[in-house]
Structure formats: C-alpha cells, structure tokens
Write a protein that binds this ligand. Structure first.
Ligand code: PEP
Ligand code: MG
Length: 884
C-alpha cells in the first residue's frame, strides 16, 4: 500500500494557501501551481487539491474513497463557502465548483473535467437570481448534466448530442447559443431522461454526491486505457497517480464582456518573445481546448477589451519573472474580470525550446547551464527536420493553422486505427480528422503527419503533435472530410485514401501530391546553444559514417572524428558487390586474392574520400564484420543472375550458400573470426587504408586513420591480428617508399562480454577500445538484436524492462561490463582512449552514463551529432551540480 501523509487535502485561497510549486509530486502540476499563483497574489479562484497519494490509496484499496477523505473535503468546502460567501447547493447564491485532474507531469487532454458542479433543480434558481440570467443558469445546468453524465457516469456522449440536435431542430436554431430558455428547459428534461435511461438513477440532487462521484471518476481515469497509453508513448513512469483540483467556478459565458482563453507567454512554435494565444468571447473553459469553435487570435483582444489585454500582458511579466520559464496559461474573463485557472511550463517545439532558452540567458533570467538543461536533447532532432524544397512547385489546396513544424507527405488515413495499421504495413500516412481526441493518440503517433479541419493552435491535435515534434496542420476549415466514402474535398477537388497529400507544418499549407524535401537551416540561437554545449562538455562527439557525404554532414554538425566506419557497407556499392561475391565464391586463397585485388582500388578510393572529408580528425576504420553469407543472394532468381554474370554454375553458388549457412550467424563466423580464417581479406583492407593515407598525405591532406578489429573475445585474437596489420602497414610504407611519420593506431571493439571481463589482457594489444554496445547488449541479455521486437513491447508493458536496451543502454547490467572494461583497460594502459560506437552513442541517457564512466568520446549517426553534443554538455552540467 502507498505511504500517505496524514493530510489529503490542501487548500488554496486568500485565507491560506497550503501548497507551492515545488509540491508537484504530491499536488500534481496544476494543483502546485494554483497554490503558487495564489501565494504570489495572482487572481486565482479559490479551491483545494486532493493529493496524488490519495489516488494511489484509492487504487490500492480496490477503488474506494479512503476513510476520512470525505470529511476533509467537507471541511475544505466549508472554507470555500466562507471565502466566497456562497453556499454549495444553495437556492439563493450557490457555490459552483469545477473538478479537474492534474498529475505531476502534464498530460494534455488525457483526463476528464467536470464543470458547474453543485447545480441542482434548486441551485439553478439561485444561479439565475445571482447572475441575472435564467438562460445562463439553464445553460450551465445542461452542461453539467451532460459532462457529469458523460465523464463520471459513462453515459454515451452521443445520446446527449442526439437530444441536443433534436431540440435545436425543433426550435429551428443551428447554434447552441441560439437556443432560448424554453428550449433549454426542454433540453434539461431530455438530458435527465438520457441520464436516467443509461444509469438507472435520477440525476443527483445532492451536490456532495455529485462532488464525491466526480472525485472518484478522476481517480478512476488515471488507469483508463487512453491515459495508460499516453504514459506509455511518452515514457512517463513512476507517478503515484493524479491529484484532483476542486475550484470555484468562474464563468466565461456570462455574456459579451466574458470569455475564456489559452495562452503561451511566448510563441510555442518559434519561441518568439510574443504573447501567443487564443480566446473565445462568451464561452466556457473547455470550448477552446476541445477545438469545437475556432477561437480568435489573442492579438484581436485589443479591439475587444484593451484593458484586459494589458492586464494579460502584465501577468505574462509577473509569471515569467516568477517562474523564469515560458508559461502556458488558461484564463477566464467573467464580466470583465480576469482570472487565471492554470499555469504550467509550456510545451514547445524543439526550435522554440532553443530560442527561448537562449533568449532567457540574454535577458539575464537564467544561466547558460540552465539553458543547456532546458532543451531536451532529443528535441534538437526537430530542428534538423527537413522542410519542403522552397523551389518546388506547390499545388496548394488550402492553408490551415501551422500547428507543429516539419514537412510530411503520405496517403490519407481517416481514423487512428487505420493510421496505425497502414503505418505498420509500411505506408506513410497523414491522419486526416475533423478534430482529434485523446483516443486518437496511437494513430497520431504512428502517422507521418496530422491534418485537422477544425480546432485552433491549442486544440488537442496541435498540443500533442508539438510535444512530439510531429508535423501538424490544424483548423484547415476548407477541408471537407467524408469519412464514409473515404475521401476529402477541398474547393471541389477530391482525394481518396490512395492519394498522396503533403502538409507543411510551418506554413500551414496543404499541398496536393508528394513534395521534394530539403535539409533544414540552423538558427543563430541554435548555434549559440551548441557553442555553449561545446564549452561545457568534456566528452567528444564522433560519428558513425561510411561515406564522404555522411562524414561531411556530420562534420558540419560538429563531429570530431569518425568512431566507426563499417567497411561492409562499401562492398554493396554498384559493381563491387559482384567482385565481393566472386571473392566469397573462391575455392582457395589464390582465387580469393584475385577477387580482393579487384576490390582493393575501390577500397582505397573510399578511404581517400573519407580521410579527405575528415582531414585532421581521426577516422576509425573497422575491418569486415558480417558473416559472408550476407553478401550472397538467397533467392533463386538472383542466384541465377549471379551465375550468369560470373559464368559459374548455379549449383556452385547454391553449394556455397549452404556451406556458409549458420544457425546463429550473429554468434558465428563473423568479426575478427573472418580475419583469422581469411587473413587475405584483412591484408587487402589494411593495405587499402595505408595506401590511401599515404596518397592523401602526399597530397597535403592530413589523413588520420585508425584500424579497429571487431568482435574480439580473447586477447590472442587481437595479438595475432595486430601483428598482421603492423606487418602490412610496414610493407606498404616500404613499397611506397614512405618515410614520414605515419602512426596508425590499432584498437578493438569491446562487444563480447568476455572481452570486457578480460579487458586488461586485451588492452595489452590495443591502442584504444570502442564499445560496440549493440552486440554487447545482444550478448549480455541473450536477446537477438534483429528479433527482439517480437517480445520487447510485452516486456516494456509488464515493466520487466523500463525501456528498449538497444536504444538506451542498460546501465545496471551492460553498463557494468563497460565500466569494468574501462577500469581494467586503463589499469593496464593509463589514459587509454575509450569510446562507444553502438546506437547508444546518440542516446542522451546513455551519453550521461558514458560521461560518468569516463569515456573519451561517443560516436553516433550524423543526424544525432547535435543531440549528442547537447546531451554531453547536460551530463557535464548535471554532474558538476551533483544532480541525478
Ligand atoms: C556494435 O555492435 O555496437 C557495433 C557498433 O557494431 P555493429 O552494429 O556493426 O555490429
Ligand atoms: Mg558489433
């Protein structure tokens, strides 16, 4: 059972405020910030928060409100009545409250909200009296029955909708707001009937019953599938549950001097320091977020109520000065009075994160170190996202709201499930919906991009897509979706589920057909952040690259060397694969050498290209690694083609394929074992490397090759191969009459557990170690890296593993081997250079571990180099600050 502190309810109001922004774990983000804002004097309607611990308790005791909670709620309601001068359920001046969820980590739209609690047949008269509008009171009541029925009692939402449509028809109106009092009275009666029909009970006339059931519904909603799925996708683990916030209602729908809105204190897409948001006049809270009506830009507010706009700008200053961070706020204007209902750290795109962090340093609000920690390293990927080629013709169909940047093309998917299925089948799809709801998250996640026809910049689709850095256009009102016939029509042009559309999330343009894409241009703020990262980090960042183009790109992004050139990739190029196959088919060494002689000049040119691209920086060339069968064709018609080309009998090819077949090729004839069996392959590669280096140097290019032996498990393998490599290098130097200094360090990958366990012995023959954590993970866990997905999702779901160990290093297990090898290796050779070149070299969490373990560099794919630079700086800053 979860531990609980005695106090389950924390009040916030003028009389006292029992929380603060540091109490997110206990009060949830919303609750902690409501208390904080109250304390600093901002206009927050009073209320109280029930702790996340209580949610855990609720679950632990089998889904019941724990003893004593109801009493505590009652005494806090009494405080609230005292502070507001209103009475819960009163027929004269009723207190109404909202009930909202709020976990420690914000989960947009994932949990349910109930507004106007406390309205009953009697209290509705009270509300009519005090508000001076019976219509308003009735409207509030019908909303409560609907929300309470739908959210708390699970009455199907459409049953209410159907009644609403029927009554609107009867009264001849199309907008909700046009229904008169008589219509609303009739609607309430109809809603109550729907409620009773579905639940078997009358709509509760005891306001405390409404409140208790709502609190319970919030607790329950913590574990509904869509919430669980959202946490899974976003890797949110370790939370107790959700808090419940009960807060005095303020109304944005009290007429034309009322309204409600959502705003960010800076632009969450670009990061520009400009108040950014939307509002709806005469509307209630959820209308903006739900994306039902398309709201107005907050800039328009100047025309409506300049003094309120000024007031909002002032709150932006107060909030940013206090929180030193961009805030995302919800506000309501009730009869000209502004109230803040929520503030939280605003979600933002990677681009905005960089701009805001850098500008806040320039503004003197935060330090460079804080700025470095504010940008999630993985979010830099978004800045490196492609855009559509600006020179390409655009057949623009319409322009919606640029909700989340990026550029995506794909076929049209009409539902979330369809998006998931078609993506799994290998299609690129754009999920096209009127609007999205939390149920759609899986499909949104799977799709290449999202397009909605209603909703604003703060609608569910926009907020969720931005959080993921997924391209999204929202509110493209001209897109008419016909789900039944599986088509969309824009200004008379119709597209079906097999047609490709393109969406530009930065401009909001919807474009017909596929579009060529372009590499991104990096901002000045990005460059500043990267400079700061470089000045704070101690880990070097290298790259895994096999072509001069990749090497150049990585170098432009700041790579300080090549940590892994997988030479096998070079053998698939053009004609070379045939020479390679000929070599593999050879029946003796002599024949093999004939094939290798053909490959040598190509290899030499490859290396010259790489050395030139990386001149002055180390280039670690790994000797051939994969089992040879991978280079031979396995399908009969391809084998026949090869037989024809090489003029050899088909049977010979088949026989060789059978001969090379292995039951466990990953544990088989690969890596350095190939060099031991076929030393001539190593000879060719070492010759090509040395010749290329000499030719480059003679041309004034500072080539710095290093040779790396893969899959070493015993020191003997390495000592033998090292001697052979040294002999070749020496031989080439002599043959080329090269007498200048040319030091080619020879090292090894540590990717077999035994190599790590005996790293002291291995180190005697190695100039450096590079941890091949892909294989090391495979062999430590005994999970096949190619087939792990058959069971991994299940393992994650059952929390057997916290995350995929092939993406993020298992520091407790595999990490121990790494740390041991570092210790043993350096024990043998002080200061020995050590790096990592498995996929983990580009993963921020793993990079942190590499920093702590004392590696010299991480090597990752070119695209991830900026991510790794930032992650390395974050590791250094966190370590210096003694933070976890
Ligand atoms: C590794 O095993 O981590 C590695 C980098 O080598 P490869 O992925 O080529 O096996
Ligand atoms: Mg490997």
């Amino acid at each position: 059972m979860a531990m609980t502190s005695q106090k389950r309810v924390h009040y916030f109001g003028r009389t006292k405020s029992e929380g603060n922004k540091e109490m997110k774990t206990l009060l949830g983000g919303k609750g902690a910030n409501l208390a904080e804002m109250t304390s600093i004097g901002l206009p927050v309607p009073p209320g109280f928060t029930i702790t996340t611990e209580t949610c855990a308790e609720y679950t632990d005791i089998g889904g019941k409100l724990p003893d004593g909670l109801v009493d505590e709620v009652h005494s806090n309601m009494a405080l609230l009545e005292e502070e507001t001068g209103k009475t819960f359920g009163s027929e004269e001046n009723p207190l109404l409250v909202s009930v909202r969820s709020g976990a420690a980590v914000s989960m947009p739209g994932m949990m349910d909200t109930v507004l106007n609690l406390g309205l009953t047949d009697k209290a509705v008269d009270g509300l009519a009296n005090v508000s001076g509008s019976r219509r308003f009171a009735l409207d509030a009541y019908r909303r409560l029955i609907n929300m309470f029925g739908d959210v708390v009692m699970e009455v199907p939402h459409h049953k209410f909708e159907d009644e609403f449509d029927r009554i609107k028809d009867k009264y001849g109106v199309s907008e909700d707001t046009d229904l008169n009092e008589a219509g609303l009275e009739e609607l309430i009666t109809a809603y109550k009937a729907v409620y009773k029909g579905s639940t078997g009970n009358d709509f509760p006339q005891d306001p405390y019953q409404q409140l208790e059931k709502s609190v319970e519904a919030v607790f329950k909603s913590w574990n509904i599938p869509r919430a669980v799925r959202y946490r899974e996708i976003n890797e949110i683990t370790g939370l107790l549950g959700t808090a419940v916030n009960v807060q005095t209602m303020v109304f944005g729908n009290m007429g034309d001097d009322s309204g409600t809105g959502v705003a960010f204190t800076r632009d969450p897409s670009t990061g520009e320091n400009k108040f950014f948001g939307e509002f709806l006049i005469n509307a209630q809270g959820e209308d903006v977020v739900a994306g039902i009506r398309t709201p107005q830009n907050v800039d328009e507010m100047v025309k409506w109520r300049p003094e309120i706009y000024e007031n909002l700008l002032n709150m932006k200053r107060v909030l940013e000065n206090h929180y030193r961070e961009m805030q995302d706020i919800e506000y309501t204007i009730e009869k000209g009075n502004l109230f803040l209902l929520q503030t939280r750290t605003g979600k933002r795109t990677g681009r905005a994160a960089v701009t805001i962090a850098v500008e806040m340093v320039v503004e003197g609000r935060i330090t460079q170190q804080e700025a470095l920690l504010r940008v999630p390293a993985n979010d830099l990927n978004q800045l490196l996202l492609p855009t559509f080629d600006t020179n390409a013709e655009r057949d623009i169909l319409t322009v919606g709201l640029p909700a989340s940047p990026g550029a995506a093309s794909g076929k049209i998917a009409f539902s979330a499930d369809e998006a998931v299925d078609r993506t799994h089948e290998g299609e690129s799809v754009i999920l096209v919906r009127k609007d999205t709801s939390p149920e759609d998250v899986s499909g949104m996640h799977a799709a290449a991009g999202i397009l909605t026809s209603t909703g604003g910049m703060t609608s569910h689709a926009a907020v969720v897509a931005r959080g993921w850095g997924k391209c999204c256009i929202a509110g493209a009102g001209e897109v008419v979706i016909d789900e039944k016939n599986r088509s969309i029509t824009i200004k008379g042009r119709t597209f079906g589920d097999q047609d490709i559309i393109s969406i530009d999330g930065s401009s909001g343009e919807l474009i017909a057909g596929d579009m060529p894409r372009m590499e991104p241009k990096l901002s000045e703020e990005f460059k500043s952040l990267m400079e700061w990262a470089d000045s704070h980090r101690t880990l070097q960042v290298w790259t895994n690259a096999d072509t001069p183009q990749d090497a150049e790109r990585a170098r432009n992004w700041g790579a300080q060397g090549i940590g892994l050139c997988r030479t096998e990739h070079m053998f698939f190029e053009g004609e070379r694969i045939t020479d390679m196959r000929e070599m593999i088919l050879a029946e003796n060494e002599e024949e093999r050498r004939v094939g290798l002689d053909k490959l040598l000049p190509h290899q030499r040119e490859d290396f010259k290209g790489l050395f030139t691209a990386m001149q002055g920086l180390p280039v670690t060339v790994r000797l051939l690694d994969p089992p040879l069968h991978e280079f031979l064709p396995h399908e009969e018609h391809l084998q026949q083609e090869l037989a024809n080309r090489l003029q050899v009998p088909l049977a010979r090819i088949k026989a060789r394929v059978i001969q090379l077949h292995e039951t466990n090729p990953m544990l088989g004839h690969r890596g350095c074992r190939l060099s031991i069996s076929y030393p001539e392959i190593l000879d060719m590669q070492a010759t090509a490397i040395t010749e290329a280096a000499i030719e480059c140097r003679r041309n004034g290019i500072d080539a710095r090759p290093e040779i790396m032996v893969p899959l070493v498990g015993t020191s003997k393998e390495l000592s033998l191969l090292r001697k052979q490599i040294e002999t070749i290098i020496q031989g080439v130097k002599e043959a080329k009459a090269y007498s200048d200094e040319l030091d080619i360090p020879i090292g090894t990958m540590i990717e077999i557990p035994r190599a790590a366990l005996t790293a002291d012995e291995v180190a005697q023959h190695a100039d450096f170690f590079s941890f091949g954590t892909n294989d090391l993970t495979q062999m430590t866990f005994g999970y096949s890296r190619d087939d792990v997905n058959s069971f991994l999702p299940n393992y994650i779901r059952h929390e057997i593993l916290e995350r995929d160990p092939f993406q993020s290093l298992d520091t407790r297990g595999v990490g121990q081997l790494v740390a041991m090898a570092v210790g043993k290796g350096r024990g043998e050779k002080k200061g020995m250079k050590m790096g990592i070149c498995g996929e983990h070299g580009g993963d921020p969490l793993s990079i942190r571990f590499c920093h702590q373990t004392g590696l010299n560099y991480v090597s990752c794919s070119p695209f991830r180099v900026p991510v790794a630079r930032l992650a390395a700086a974050q590791a250094a800053v966190k370590n210096d600050a003694g933070r976890d």
